[in-house]
Design a protein around this ligand. Structure first.
Ligand code: TYD
Ligand code: MG
Length: 461
């Protein structure tokens, strides 16, 4: 008989300790330890004593057979793209995101659009009336309807009763909004605690694996951007999707952080409108829609999000500093990176940016972490500084180094191809990237630069 032992786990990061601690040595949070009873670990000696085991025996790899899994399409192209072509039967998915970003809306729309299968939507956060009201709103434009859908809703937080509903409804897809609100009676701690979350997730996983019904879980995100509590959950689930965006703007990006059944390089792009989330299949064109006037300080960056090209407008405003210390502000771009770029521009292009206020904004409220943004950011700042516009059909794709050198970026051909398709006249890339490109294949003119000064001369001289 295995001896039961007690361990203490940090609610925030899952750190394990044999005694209670006030402060977690791993994440530094205070008063986050919960007690948990754990069976003593198994060992080879224990297995020998026990003799023959039940369960499946290890097989040679060539003896393992599997049937081609049929994915269940969600009828939402962007969602399917991120999942790798639909939901895999028996998989457990976690969708994280800040409050109010649109997780519930996304899953509600997904549930409504599946008409050929039964979906059970369990909400621990909203009542059935609230869900219906929202469903009426998102179906107002006639894309889906609450009449034709086979969606069952229930407001429930107890695991035991959720499983009763599952037995009654026999759904083909289960959605739980959110994992932090459900709790099981087998564990005494309150809902949202790490042991509850882990136990409930494990129970859903077991259900998914045994029944083949895919389960979508919603998880909350803490202020610092990590999934609240359940680092442990990330290991249990098959895929972790993150829904993100600036709440003040319409655009939302669905990213996959982990996916056992597909690539994590794919992203889904949505726009939140009055009537719910709309899929955005051509982000570049949408973000560049209103670019007719020539204004100084605007430059287009040919960025890639995962494998998807996104053309984004960078806007800057450089003006004489009114106060002693110049002001710097960046929206959607890393401030430290901007300060570094400013230092490079000051050193290499001879601008007295130290006496100027610099404001930077990425259009659409998007946050893109592609180093290929650098050249567009630099040129946009220079353009605002000299107050000369960059022609609207020019775009940029290169990284800037500390000495002002223009460095190569990943997948430059894809960026050039997309720029060509969108009808750009010139794309500025690094000399090293341009070398390997056959420019005769494109209508677009490829401008190869090796240092930032060259780009500046080409644009404004
Ligand atoms: P919600 O799905 O409740 O977010 P989460 O579940 O991630 O907390 O999204 C709520 C926000 O979305 C809310 O602030 C209003 C906005 N919204 C719209 O703009 N249009 C709509 O049609 C709906 C349903 C929501
Ligand atoms: Mg919600």
């Amino acid at each position: 008989m295995a001896k039961a032992r007690t361990f203490y786990y940090c609610r925030e990061c899952g750190y394990q300790s044999s005694s209670w601690l006030g402060k977690c040595p791993s994440c530094g949070k205070w008063n986050t330890f919960d007690e948990e009873v754990v069976e003593r670990e198994t060992s080879v000696a224990a297995a020998k004593k026990k003799g023959s085991s039940q369960g499946s025996a290890p097989k040679l790899i060539h003896q393992v057979t599997y049937s081609e899994t049929q994915r269940m399409p969600t009828h939402c192209a962007e969602f399917d793209r991120v999942l790798g072509g639909g939901v895999v039967p028996g998989s457990l998915l976690l969708i994280g995101g800040e409050p109010g970003i649109g997780k519930s809306t996304l899953l509600l729309q997904t549930a409504l659009s599946i008409t050929d299968r039964k979906v059970l939507y369990v909400s621990g956060e909203e009542s059935e009336e609230q869900i219906k009201m929202r469903a009426d709103r998102v179906t107002a434009n006639g894309q889906y309807s609450t009449q034709s859908s086979q969606m069952y809703v229930v407001s429930e937080t107890s695991m035991e009763r959720i499983f009763e509903h599952i037995v009654n409804v026999e759904p083909d897809l289960l959605i739980v909004d959110s994992i932090q609100t459900v709790s099981t009676e087998s564990i005494e701690s309150s809902s949202g605690s790490i042991s509850q979350i882990r136990e409930c997730t494990t129970q859903f996983q077991r259900y998914a694996k045994e029944s083949g019904v895919p389960v979508l879980l919603v998880g909350h995100i803490t202020k610092d951007g990590t999934l609240a509590g359940p680092k442990v959950m990330e290991h249990i689930v098959d895929a972790v999707l993150q829904f993100e965006g600036d709440r003040n703007y319409g655009f939302r990006i669905l990213r996959s952080l982990k996916n056992r059944f597909g690539s994590t390089a794919e992203i889904g792009i949505f726009e939140m409108r009055g009537s719910g989330l709309c899929e955005v299949s051509n982000p570049s064109e949408l973000l560049l829609a209103h670019r007719d006037e020539q204004l100084s300080g605007a430059a287009v960056a040919a960025t890639l999000e995962g494998v998807r090209p996104m053309f984004i407008e960078v806007q800057s405003l450089v003006s004489t500093a009114v106060y002693g210390t110049p002001q710097r502000n960046a929206n959607g771009f890393d401030m430290r990176r901007m300060n570094m770029l400013l230092a490079v521009l000051e050193k290499r292009c001879g601008f007295k940016l130290g006496a100027k206020d610099v404001f930077l904004n990425i259009a659409g409220g998007l946050r893109v972490n592609d180093p290929a943004m650098d050249l567009a950011v630099g040129c946009s700042i220079l353009s605002s500084n000299v107050d000369l516009p960059i022609p609207p059909r020019y775009c940029f794709a290169a990284e800037l180094g500390l000495s002002g050198e223009v460095r190569p970026v990943s997948r430059v051909e894809q960026r050039i191809g997309e720029a060509d398709r969108l009808g750009f006249e010139k794309i500025f890339v690094s000399k090293y990237d341009a070398k390997q490109i056959d420019s005769s294949r494109y209508k677009i003119k490829i401008v190869a630069v090796s240092v930032i000064e060259e780009a500046f001369r080409e644009l404004f001289a």
